[in-house]
Design a protein around this ligand. Sequence first.
Ligand code: NAP
Length: 290
Amino acid sequence: MEINGCTRTCGLIGNPVEHTMSPAIHNTLAEALGENLVYVPFRVGEEHVEEAVRGAWALNLLGCNVTVPYKSRVIPFLKEIDPLAAQIGAVNTLVRTEGGFKGYNTDMPGLYRAMCEDGVKIEGERTLILGAGGVARAVAFLLVQKGAGQIVLLNRTVEKARQIADEVNALAGRQAIVPMALSDYTALPEEGRYLAIQATSLGMYPETDRAVIEDPAFYRRIHTGYDLIFNPARTRFMSLVEENGGRAFNGARMLLYQGIIAYELWTGAQVDRSLAGRAYTAMKRAMDLQ
Ligand code: NAP
């Protein structure tokens, strides 16, 4: 594309940012839609988060993504926050408004759009969430909001699972989530099968031969396994699900759709399936080059 005096800029605030796939997603969308827009990564030191957010607005940036470790740290410097992002307590997208940025969370809508595209149903499903970190907490809100059936939240540190369950149950006004220690999985009923969302960081490159539970008996309880990890493309968790009769997906489409929803918020564009497919191909190519 030709950069000229009217080119708008979007960027990524995080640290590190060197392995991001977001430029591949956004620059492909901008080019395909003929928008005069570029997307670039900005590595921001911990002590400069406020200056980075205020400076990005002062420099007339159209919008930003925010990645680890700043998804919560940027919140005090926003003009406004979307209710879903406020509930989750994490912002990954900043949208330019009069007088400052408005913060959104597109990770969970991104996961939901990815699951819909993959044909994975949440409503009424018995579900398991593995993990109780930042992403698992957001997944818990999503599952409750989308009407999942019984939800069991398993984590190595059971106290963290309890905290999330207490918080989400209080908001839901019912016992929607049951916390459980990871090691207690044998207590799960064997009849009926679950949708399981793998939201721990175990199994990510370079620890690609690991999963939080290895026992095949656990995986026989799962009809669909959704791993939020996207590197490697086929995780140990996914292999175990498939070996025991379930279908499995990775987190690449979630990554794609969190980006697409951010792009739609910045530009007002509607990204259809065919264009999403082009961005997905560009993202996979960027992954393969790393
Ligand atoms: P986090 O806050 O650091 O939480 C990590 C979780 O993993 C905790 O529940 C932790 O358990 C568990 N864990 C780590 N090592 C473990 C081990 N050896 N055995 C058992 N449990 C272990 O991480 P996060 O921010 O929630 O991110 C989680 C994953 O989501 C990341 O791996 C990332 O790949 C993925 N993610 C994907 C996308 C996407 O777009 N696809 C976006 C964001 C994140 P304890 O509480 O016991 O320590």
